[in-house]
Write a new protein. Structure first.
Length: 105
Protein backbone atom coordinates (compact mmCIF):
# COMPACT_ATOMS: atom_id res chain seq x y z
CA UNK A 1 0.00 0.00 0.00
CA UNK A 2 0.97 3.62 -0.53
CA UNK A 3 4.23 2.70 -2.22
CA UNK A 4 6.82 4.82 -3.92
CA UNK A 5 6.60 4.91 -7.68
CA UNK A 6 9.53 7.29 -8.09
CA UNK A 7 12.99 6.39 -6.80
CA UNK A 8 12.69 5.64 -3.07
CA UNK A 9 13.61 8.39 -0.61
CA UNK A 10 16.31 6.18 0.95
CA UNK A 11 18.08 5.83 -2.40
CA UNK A 12 17.73 9.56 -3.02
CA UNK A 13 19.13 10.31 0.45
CA UNK A 14 22.08 7.97 -0.15
CA UNK A 15 22.83 9.96 -3.30
CA UNK A 16 22.54 13.29 -1.47
CA UNK A 17 19.30 14.21 -3.25
CA UNK A 18 16.73 16.17 -1.23
CA UNK A 19 13.48 14.45 -0.32
CA UNK A 20 11.51 17.07 -2.25
CA UNK A 21 13.39 16.28 -5.49
CA UNK A 22 11.62 13.50 -7.41
CA UNK A 23 13.83 11.20 -9.43
CA UNK A 24 12.74 8.58 -11.94
CA UNK A 25 15.61 6.29 -12.82
CA UNK A 26 16.31 2.54 -12.97
CA UNK A 27 15.36 2.29 -9.27
CA UNK A 28 11.86 3.72 -9.86
CA UNK A 29 8.82 1.50 -10.42
CA UNK A 30 7.60 4.09 -12.94
CA UNK A 31 10.12 2.83 -15.50
CA UNK A 32 8.18 -0.43 -15.63
CA UNK A 33 4.98 1.10 -17.02
CA UNK A 34 3.76 -1.12 -19.82
CA UNK A 35 0.56 -2.54 -21.23
CA UNK A 36 1.30 -6.17 -20.38
CA UNK A 37 1.90 -5.78 -16.62
CA UNK A 38 -0.10 -8.02 -14.30
CA UNK A 39 -3.22 -6.51 -12.71
CA UNK A 40 -2.23 -3.78 -10.27
CA UNK A 41 -4.01 -1.85 -7.55
CA UNK A 42 -2.76 1.41 -6.04
CA UNK A 43 -4.11 2.39 -2.61
CA UNK A 44 -3.00 5.49 -0.71
CA UNK A 45 -4.14 7.59 2.17
CA UNK A 46 -5.66 11.04 1.83
CA UNK A 47 -3.45 13.23 -0.38
CA UNK A 48 -3.46 15.97 2.29
CA UNK A 49 -2.51 13.57 5.11
CA UNK A 50 -0.22 11.13 3.27
CA UNK A 51 3.55 11.29 3.04
CA UNK A 52 4.78 14.08 0.78
CA UNK A 53 3.62 13.47 -2.79
CA UNK A 54 2.69 9.82 -2.22
CA UNK A 55 -0.85 10.03 -3.58
CA UNK A 56 0.34 11.99 -6.60
CA UNK A 57 3.09 9.44 -7.36
CA UNK A 58 0.57 6.62 -7.33
CA UNK A 59 -1.97 8.60 -9.34
CA UNK A 60 0.68 9.36 -11.96
CA UNK A 61 1.66 5.71 -12.32
CA UNK A 62 -2.03 4.73 -12.50
CA UNK A 63 -2.55 7.31 -15.25
CA UNK A 64 0.50 6.21 -17.22
CA UNK A 65 -0.66 2.59 -17.04
CA UNK A 66 -4.00 3.71 -18.50
CA UNK A 67 -2.23 5.73 -21.21
CA UNK A 68 -0.25 2.70 -22.41
CA UNK A 69 -3.43 0.62 -22.54
CA UNK A 70 -3.18 -1.48 -19.38
CA UNK A 71 -6.64 -2.99 -18.90
CA UNK A 72 -6.62 -3.83 -15.17
CA UNK A 73 -5.26 -1.05 -13.00
CA UNK A 74 -7.06 0.60 -10.08
CA UNK A 75 -6.48 3.54 -7.76
CA UNK A 76 -8.05 4.32 -4.39
CA UNK A 77 -7.45 7.35 -2.20
CA UNK A 78 -8.66 6.71 1.35
CA UNK A 79 -10.04 10.06 2.47
CA UNK A 80 -9.33 10.94 6.08
CA UNK A 81 -6.50 8.41 6.54
CA UNK A 82 -2.80 9.17 6.77
CA UNK A 83 0.08 6.90 5.76
CA UNK A 84 0.07 5.00 9.05
CA UNK A 85 -3.71 4.62 9.26
CA UNK A 86 -4.61 3.54 5.76
CA UNK A 87 -3.61 -0.14 5.84
CA UNK A 88 -6.61 -1.48 7.79
CA UNK A 89 -9.25 0.15 5.57
CA UNK A 90 -7.23 -0.90 2.51
CA UNK A 91 -7.33 -4.64 3.30
CA UNK A 92 -10.93 -5.21 2.10
CA UNK A 93 -10.17 -3.36 -1.15
CA UNK A 94 -7.14 -5.56 -1.78
CA UNK A 95 -8.97 -8.76 -0.86
CA UNK A 96 -11.80 -7.91 -3.26
CA UNK A 97 -9.26 -7.12 -6.01
CA UNK A 98 -7.35 -10.37 -5.48
CA UNK A 99 -10.62 -12.31 -5.27
CA UNK A 100 -11.75 -10.90 -8.60
CA UNK A 101 -8.42 -11.72 -10.23
CA UNK A 102 -8.26 -15.27 -8.89
CA UNK A 103 -11.91 -15.95 -9.76
CA UNK A 104 -11.14 -15.36 -13.43
CA UNK A 105 -8.22 -17.83 -13.47
Amino acid sequence: YSGHTITHFTVRAERGIAGEQPIIDKMAPLIHVRKDCPPILFITGDRELEMLGRYEENAYMWRMMKVVGHQDVGLYELDGYNHGQMADPAHPLLLRFVGRITATK
